[in-house]
Write a protein that binds this ligand. Structure first.
Ligand code: SF4
Ligand code: SF4
Length: 439
């Protein structure tokens, strides 16, 4: 921890070696013999599996469809469907059904998997529909279906492309903005057209000279797109923070209330590839970083590749005891093992040498409250959770917690404060469902 910039903002040691981050390893696809795609929505509810064991698939064959929102999922490889297997899902916290596809390593594409579009002629509705059919979900971590942000929106002023990537260790946005600059700008323009916004603003943190250089080379062709640099504090990538910082606007629930739509920079790249090239999301950049992996770096892998294979490709673990986090160290929780596959919104694997800190009692020091960007009182919520006092948890606005992890980061007693916030939210949901059933 370095300095408190102000309440709710903290400058963190970034652990980002920007020179190393520019080097990309491409995983040898012949080594990926099987890919695993969760046949569930992010909340664990079942999705429809559209193929059966023995079916031949190509990159772009529609294989799963989520039931909660309309989100088609396409095969990232060519090969043969093996069947369904139960595998650990690190975000859900227990094993769930995964569709298993044996890859032939050829990456053969299904011709016309997606209908391409002429942006000069397409209407807003046609652009939204194309984004929906492409099954694009946010690639910045949340995995929310992109089309929902655009469907039926009116009076949007700005599209904000979020490249702030504020968690330590993660650098895939940084790399993607340099490698695929022109594609990102084309995707940004498509998103602007789909919303009717007057401008696109691309945000990234200061001292990213390579990104500025890449953008300066291409941005002249896009008169309605500009970029801004934002301070290097955490959680600057949280959209509420970013919107306040750049536009001095606030909102209650959704950025659209402030006439803004926020997307990750890599989502814009996926939109360009889907709508202009007809390509589904089949691969993803992953930052593998931390002192627990031999050769940290960024790697391009097919979606569904097991974490174990990715770590092996980067030289393996540096020690026997490691914590493997599917994401950044501030928000991800250590996975039980490395069998889980990479999913589209998962941009990082943080691998840290095992450190065991036993919980000490709460000191009532107030550090967690002082740092909370949502201005809630984590320490009081923890106490209410211990007493299962749902009224108090509601009064204390636990629902406003954005799960940024700062409270746990500053806690001198090493208490998993942000995990307790998640538990409190889950508890309130459980109580609400139980009460609804009773009625
Ligand atoms: S995890 Fe929640 S309670 Fe903790 S600092 Fe972040 S917003 Fe506040
Ligand atoms: S930071 Fe930790 S020790 Fe301090 S009040 Fe919060 S939970 Fe307790």
């Amino acid at each position: 921890m370095d300095i408190f910039s102000s309440v709710g903002r903290l400058h963190l040691e970034s652990h980002k070696d920007l020179e190393q981050a520019k080097k990309l390893t491409v995983l040898d696809e012949t080594k990926v013999t099987k890919v695993y795609l969760p046949a569930v929505a992010p909340n664990g509810t079942d999705a429809n599996v559209l193929v059966k064991a023995g079916d031949h698939v190509l990159v772009g064959t529609r294989v799963i469809e989520r039931k909660d929102f309309y989100v088609p999922i396409y095969s990232p490889v060519s090969g043969v469907v093996v069947g369904i297997e139960s595998i650990n899902h690190p975000n859900i916290g227990h094993p769930v059904k995964h569709l298993v596809i044996a890859s032939d390593g050829k990456g053969e594409k299904l011709p016309n998997a997606l209908k391409t579009i002429d942006p000069a002629k397409a209407t807003k509705d046609e652009l939204c529909l194309a984004i929906k059919e492409a099954g694009i979900t946010g690639l910045g971590g949340a995995g929310f279906p992109t089309f929902i942000k655009y469907t039926g929106v009116k009076n949007i002023d700005y599209i904000l492309l979020n490249g702030a990537e504020c968690e330590p260790y993660l650098t895939t946005d940084y790399l993607a903005m340099q490698l695929y600059t022109s594609e990102m700008l084309q995707g940004a323009e498509l998103l602007r057209l789909a919303s009717g916004a007057k401008e696109v603003v691309i945000a990234f943190k200061v001292h990213k000279e390579a990104v500025k250089e890449a953008l300066d080379e291409h941005i002249g062709r896009f008169p309605l797109i500009r970029y801004v640099e934002v301070p290097d504090v955490y959680p600057m990538g949280w959209e509420k923070f970013l919107i306040k910082q750049i536009f001095n606007r606030t909102y209650d629930k959704l950025p659209s209330q402030a006439a803004i739509i926020v997307n990750n920079v890599q989502t814009a790249i996926a939109v360009k590839r889907a709508l202009i090239d007809g390509d589904v999301i089949s691969h993803r950049l992953v930052s593998v970083n931390g002192d627990g992996v031999m050769h940290p770096g960024n790697i391009l892998v097919p979606i569904g590749t097991p974490a174990s294979l990715i770590i092996e490709a980067l030289g393996g673990y540096s020690t026997e005891e490691v914590y493997l986090l599917p994401g950044g160290p501030m928000t991800a929780k250590a996975a039980e093992d490395d069998t889980f596959p990479i999913q589209a919104p998962m941009g990082g694997l943080t691998v840290l040498k095992g450190r065991f800190y036993p919980d000490e009692p709460c000191l009532r020091c107030g550090a967690c409250t002082a740092v909370c960007p949502a201005f809630i009182q984590p320490v009081e919520i923890q106490i209410a959770l211990e007493h299962k006092d749902e009224e108090r948890m509601t009064q204390l606005n636990v629902s406003k917690c954005v799960e940024c992890g700062l409270c746990a980061f500053v806690c001198p007693s090493k208490i998993e404060v942000s995990e307790n916030m998640k538990r409190a939210k889950r508890y309130l949901k459980f109580v609400a469902t139980r009460n609804a059933v009773k009625k």
